[in-house]
Design a protein around this ligand. Structure first.
Ligand code: ZN
Ligand code: ZN
Length: 366
């Protein structure tokens, strides 16, 4: 378990060197990083206002007075620049270091902001960069995997207590709040996203955020939850039965479990995410429920809760060691109920480690 963000320090330096070395091949002579998860990835900065400018072999960290000392402490591998007016400071840095073509993160910077910069910095050509830093984030290094493994372990520790909350008469919303409290008590900075606690008919809603519904005997209850710390996320789903459920739903559970396990077993370097998706989808389709599995099999997790690679039939990304993603097949029968079983895996040289391995997933009646 990483006990302090400083254990990530060597990784930040390597990432910054990598980014600096990419300018030429990107066709720019400087690049502005404004997407906060990317800023954190390159510096360790955990505040909410900061951007990085790579220029002339240097990296400058621009922030305002509220965050200057935090940036000095957390991002020592950058030259900290405190600005009053962002555009003015940026303009000064560009003029002082010489830059004609500035890359910017087109997927994150608003059109409005890009236009504003372009008119203010009229000596600069703004060059849209797509997935510049994200490309490297696709493959995680050891500290990142450790962080997410630790978050999954925290979930595994909390899980038995979470199960104890699932009983007839309990409110979905209360369960979500209690679980968040337990994760925070266990050391998480907060929830990774708004938890899904969906019971009975609502379990057929793939994104049924915890509501004011009370749990009833015979419900299937889907709990989709995760923790956040060091900027990283975890994401797991378990579906449990409250007493005796509909026989078909119990059958659906075993199909989803088989799809989940088979896809995980299939994950290894060299296969494509489409093939991984296909393993889960074929099992569900063969059982006659293909129309009720409308989403992709999984998604990458890291500094964003949903990031690349998307594990779906639409993507051809080749699986590589160090990728971390979810495997979360589901079957949703409208008006009746649904099952989703979600694990997080980290790809190794020969297969994958299941980070959520300690959270039981065999059919459970509570
Ligand atoms: Zn999830
Ligand atoms: Zn997920």
């Amino acid at each position: 378990m990483i006990d302090s963000p400083s254990s990530m320090a060597p990784a930040y330096e390597a990432r910054v060197e990598w980014a600096k070395g990419r300018m030429e091949s990107l066709g720019v002579d400087c690049a502005l990083i404004t997407n906060l998860p990317n800023v954190r990835y390159l510096s360790g900065f955990s505040g909410t206002s900061g951007s990085i400018l790579f220029i002339g072999g240097e990296s400058f960290f621009l922030t305002d007075f509220r965050y200057t000392s935090q940036a000095e402490k957390e991002a020592p591998n950058h030259k900290i620049v405190e600005y009053k007016e962002f555009n003015d400071s940026l303009s000064n840095l560009l003029l002082a270091n010489g830059c004609a073509r500035m890359g910017f993160e087109t997927e994150r910077m608003t059109h409005h902001k890009a236009m504003e910069l372009e008119s203010k910095l009229d000596f600069i050509k703004m060059v849209p960069l797509k997935g510049f830093i994200e490309e490297r984030r696709l493959v995680k290094d050891e500290p990142e995997i450790e962080a997410m493994a630790a978050l999954n372990d925290l979930q595994a520790d909390v899980f038995p207590k979470a199960l104890a909350l699932i009983k007839p008469g309990a409110l979905e919303r209360d369960i979500a709040v209690e679980i968040e409290y337990m994760l925070r008590k266990g050391g998480a900075d907060g929830p990774a996203f708004d938890f899904i606690v969906a019971s009975g008919e609502r379990s057929a809603l793939p994104h049924g955020v915890a509501s004011g519904k009370t749990l009833d005997d015979g419900d299937l209850v889907t709990l989709d939850w995760g923790a956040k710390k060091w900027g990283y996320h975890s994401d797991n789903t378990r579906t449990v039965a409250l007493g005796e459920t509909d026989k078909e739903l119990a059958k659906v559970y075993s199909i989803v479990l088989e799809a989940n396990k088979s896809a995980i077993e299939f994950v290894r370097p060299g296969v494509t995410v489409k093939q991984v998706d296909d393993v889960a989808r074929r099992i569900i389709t063969k059982a006659g429920y293909g129309d009720f599995f409308g989403h992709g099999t999984g998604h990458g997790v890291g500094l964003d809760i949903h990031e690349k690679p998307t594990v779906s039939w639409r993507e051809e990304t080749v699986v590589q060691p160090g990728m971390v993603f979810t495997i979360e097949p589901g079957i949703y029968l409208p008006g009746r109920g649904g099952v989703r079983i979600e694990d997080m895996v980290a790809v190794t040289e020969s297969g994958c480690d299941v980070l959520s391995e300690r959270i039981p997933k065999e059919f459970m009646r509570v």
